[in-house]
Design a protein. Sequence first.
Length: 256
Amino acid sequence: MNERGGYKQDAIRVGLLWLGLVVVLEAVWFATEILPRQYAEEAKIIDDAFNLLTILGIPVFSFVVAMLIYSAFRFRSRNDASEDGPPIKTSKPVVVTWLVVTSALALAILINPGLVGLAELRANPEADLVLEVEGQRWQWVVTYPNGAEVRDELVLPVDTRIRFDVTSVDVLHSFWVPGFRTKIDAVPGLVTSVYVTPTELGTFTDDVNLRLQCAELCGIGHARMVMPVRVVEKAEFESWMAEQLTAEAPAAEGRG
Ligand SMILES: [Cu+2]
């Protein structure tokens, strides 16, 4: 058998297999919507990054899978040979190409969406509303600007740039609302901040992605460390916030 011709044929076949996998997987990715609905401006930035990384990742993943599948069938031992096959020598052009291509890809995504996306998310340090969030095993306590302390529902005004100042009283927790996408660690003794600008009205009862969910394994109650989120009109938010203060007064006395 002509070795040179054989390798060329292998390269064509594995190349076609790679191309086929790329076309199928990219088509599946574009045809399906696996991401939850976007409820905040920040969600668009993060989803764009996720999309780009998936689109770029599919050819790399497919290359490895194509090589694996092809090699497993094409080069399997056809008899009961128990001895090793011929040694494989390194190929300088392949190594150099591999290093250059993968380094360029890694550097490109580090810059965009990595650094560019982070800069976009943190572009504006101003906030129209600042909420203090405290994580504890196993619930969230949110303090509003008027002093109201809320534990059962996180109510937010739409079209408002909100900064959450997050901390923890015991162990590491993580502040995460799937509908908003942004996430930040809640660290004892430290205040970390994350910005969210809700763009859509909605409530947890209609969409489970509107919930403040702990995203850092923190003990037995971790999965249930959930606070329903409701995004409302600005006017409704103001009156709701005022109500919380009057509703809270007797309860606060009872808690001592
Ligand atoms: Cu947790």
